[in-house]
Design a protein around this ligand. Structure first.
Ligand SMILES: *Cc1c(COP(=O)(O)O)cnc(C)c1O
Length: 454
């Protein structure tokens, strides 16, 4: 057997040349999108005014288990992939656990997260279709940055509607996006009808992700050669993120690593869906008995406390309906929540797998997340993104359980990114001013009241 190195890097030749489409392995696939106006399932034609053609066909594809990664995307991936699978020897030692902990580190590119995996693919297909312009929204800013990098690479214009408070709180994110040639418009803005409407009603608003989505979609629908792109939740995004799981599985097979537990943080569900994808296929087909754990913030608990229901993807209620675990599109996480992962819903693929009991979900509070982040930063050297630190929290908890029972389980978790732009949150944790907030049943009910009545 090959000796297991501290950091496992695959060679360029070993890199996967196909994505894995988990839907082809699922016994029951997620329900298709529903058109809220008619109550009928959406057709690819319904989505064509807003989304790119190839992405729509990937969105609807439930039969091809593997989908070729075009050479041009592989060439882009080679700039920052393969990403390392790292054995957390120092963390294990600090915890005194017999567990073996590995993490797949997606923060080795300038965007600082896994989002570049899908940005590279989405912009390539847009370019191939002859589009010249894309729009999107960004909250924390990782998606906007990743997309700006991909748009620069493939020479496509980009307009990013950035939630106004984020644009003000994170001016350097805006700086990176602009350096790559992206145009940043704080949202709500006077450049769209919906933005003007919201501003007229509430001139002082700091904006929201749902509002930025509505603005970006409006511009895409009204501008020639322009489409809207989204960085999580959708099936085709999970497909692109399967590169994370494919690489991890190849590395595991090469070094005979047999995971007992795989853990990922879950916002919209794309990194988690991608990381577990090929392992989950084996589980569905009876070839392993891995425990999969989704970790979400206690302040935005869509899997652990949400409803499995048809819901909109945006606060403006303009998207098709998706069957997913959701808190309702009107749910607003408490403003003191700084750890990311604030989307009200969850990827339909992850939702369906969870609903069918192929995986578990845990909700954790943000102070305990930052405590775990702090331990990880000190022992493993990397300053983790707050989002990623949700997975670290549960990896540590599972490793500590092993310490009690003496089991030497193998744990893999996804370290989705770095936290260099999240220092305000780290400082608040360090100063002891960070607090936790868990929505009450009444808070949740207010969100559920916004679910469409069908
Ligand atoms: C966006 C983001 C997430 C959450 O998104 P998913 O679609 O749930 O993967 C997690 N970690 C980082 C670093 C992110 O940027």
């Amino acid at each position: 057997m090959n000796k297991i190195p501290y950091k496992i890097y695959l060679s360029e030749e070993e890199m996967p040349k196909q994505w894995h489409n988990i839907k082809a392995d699922m016994k029951e696939v997620p329900e298709p999108f529903v058109n809220p106006a008619t109550g009928e399932y959406c057709t690819p034609e319904d989505l064509a005014p807003v989304f790119c053609e190839d992405l729509i066909s990937q969105e609807f594809n439930t039969t091809d288990k593997y989908i070729d990664i075009p050479q041009e995307i592989q060439d882009f991936y080679k700039m920052f992939r393969p990403s390392p699978l790292i054995r957390a020897y120092n963390l294990e030692k600090a915890l005194g656990t017999p567990a073996k902990i590995y993490y797949k580190f997606e923060g080795t590119n300038t965007s600082g997260s896994h989002k570049l995996n899908s940005a590279a693919a989405q912009v390539y297909y847009a370019k191939k279709q002859g589009l010249t312009h894309l729009t999107t929204e960004t909250g924390a800013g990782q998606w906007g940055t990743a997309l700006a990098m991909a748009c620069a690479f493939y020479d496509v214009d980009l307009t990013v509607y950035m939630v106004k408070v984020s644009a003000e709180q994170k001016p350097y994110r805006k700086g990176v996006i602009e350096t790559y040639g992206g145009k940043v418009i704080p949202s709500p803005s006077d450049t769209t009808e919906i933005g003007r409407k919201i501003l007229a009603k509430n001139p002082g608003t700091g904006g929201s992700l749902g509002c930025a989505i509505s603005e970006a979609m409006e511009v895409a629908a009204k501008t020639e050669n322009c489409r809207y792109v989204l960085g999580s939740v959708l099936n085709h995004v999970v497909l692109h993120q399967s590169i994370i799981g494919m690489e991890t599985k190849i590395a595991c097979e090469k070094y005979d690593i047999k995971p007992d537990i795989i853990i990922g943080c879950a916002g919209g569900g794309s990194n988690l869906g991608g990381l577990i994808s090929p392992f989950m296929a084996d589980k569905i087909n009876g070839k392993n008995d891995i425990q999969f754990i989704a970790v979400e913030p206690a302040s935005c608990p869509s899997l652990t406390r949400g409803k499995f229901a048809l819901d909109f993807g945006d606060t403006g209620q303009t998207t098709p309906l998706m069957r997913m675990y959701t808190l309702g599109s009107g749910f607003m996480p408490s403003p003191n929540h700084s750890g990311g992962l604030r989307f009200h819903g969850m990827s339909p693929i992850v939702s369906k797998l969870y609903h069918d009991k192929y995986m578990d979900a845990v909700a954790v509070e943000q102070t305990s997340v930052f405590a775990a982040a702090s331990v990880f930063a000190k022992t493993e050297g990397t300053l983790p993104a707050p989002e990623s630190s949700h997975a670290i929290r549960v990896a540590i908890d599972e490793a500590l359980k092993c310490k009690e029972t003496g089991e030497d389980k193998t744990i893999i978790f996804g370290l989705t990114g770095t936290g260099y732009f999240d220092l305000a949150a780290y400082m608040s944790y360090n100063e002891g001013t960070m607090t936790d907030s868990i929505p009450t049943e009444e808070d949740l009910q207010r969100g559920f009241d916004t679910l469409p009545k069908i």
